[in-house]
Design a binder for this molecule. Sequence first.
Ligand code: DUC
Ligand code: ZN
Ligand code: ZN
Length: 470
Amino acid sequence: METFDLIIANGTVATAADVFTADIGIRGGKIVQIGQQLTGATRTLDATGKYVLPGGIDSHVHLSQPQGGGAVIADDFESGTRSALFGGNTTVLPFCLQEKGVPIRETLKDYHAQAEGECYTDVSFHLIVSDPTEQLIGQDLPALIADGYASLKVFMTYEDLRLSDGEILQTLDTARAHGATVMIHCENEDAIRFLIDKHELAGEIAPRAHAATRPVAVEREATHRAISLAEIADVPIVIVHVSNGQSIEEIARGRARGLKIIGETCPQYLTLTAKDLEGMDWEGAKYVCSPPPRDEAAQAECWTGLENGTFDLFSSDHCPFRYDDDRGKLTPLGRKNFRHIPNGIPGVETRLPILFSQGVMAGRISLERFVALTATNHARTYGLYPQKGTIAIGSDADITIWDPEARRTIRHADLHDACDYTPYEGIEVTGWPETVVLNGAVVIDRGVLTGTKGQGRYCPATPKKTPANT
Ligand code: DUC
Ligand code: ZN
Ligand code: ZN
């Protein structure tokens, strides 16, 4: 019997800490050796001239998540994880949304059933808390956190999802006691409602009004409040999808007070602006997401946050709705008034190439920082490290081999999701994830899918250590 199932030879290997030339020996789905001139494998991939990186982890994707208003998320577990895999990812974390009045275990069981046998990447789940009843806070969440559902998302916006400050504090308190990580969507719902009503009265109902009714102050105020609530509850938080410099300043100020705040930004805040919402006719609907893209100055501020460490996470917030579809962006009501256009855009397949090209190849961030922002920090934040997110002996053999010289133009026709457009159409990139190894199996081989659905597994998360669980 050979020593290894697979050797990845001669590549430039990067982790969040180092870049070095080495061979990687893989057996039984795990990395078992990192060294020079390894031999004795059933198969060897020659990675000369290539970058060998931990598989991407996208910790913010929405798949098969129920929506209101007759809209349906375009990607289920099959199409969403297939698209993720082609984009160089080996793990994604979608959200299981608590349904009001339904025991959360039932909803989770149903969500697992939808994923079972369908995934091309590994998955781990976040829970969205929409109804923090006494039963949920006192009984269900502590048990679920211990069972591997160790991250919770709460919303400060969306009429049917938003929690009051008191409810957020209750959720944070349970998270603190049991070692969960809380992600907060920071936008002030009352301020948004006020602005929407004003715009409607003035007859401003086209997609561009989406950005005008969710200005920076709406996000900055909520970010400040979320940080204050976390300070009061004495627990770390993740501020997700940060879009602008004023919100970044709130994170920096909180950190200066000694708080542990993890910041996340996304490709849309580096590449799109509110002007995209002004597209011909209703085309602006293709760019409706929340928070909305801002302006070039905000893009530069987000780049600075990625470069200087204010951001720890770079995620896609993949939340695809087909455009030309009455269950997508253009629901019967959505084509009449921006307030009914479902919020969210696709991006799970393009996240890594955009950051690699515009970040690493453009000289803005190092390869190590790219790895931290796209894999390692996600695993650390959400209880999957060191099983996931690094290249180390004992870790899962989840590896993406990049051709740093490949030049591509992003075209939706070349992507693998179930949407009908990409907001990043026409962007030119240098560098592409050409081969992907998942748990030791070559699942994309120089751009060709060799894996099968069902090869992706569910990975429970490990809660943080607390007095309650040690
Ligand atoms: N905003 C969200 O809060 N979730 C999904 C997508 C979006 O735009
Ligand atoms: Zn959100
Ligand atoms: Zn989201």
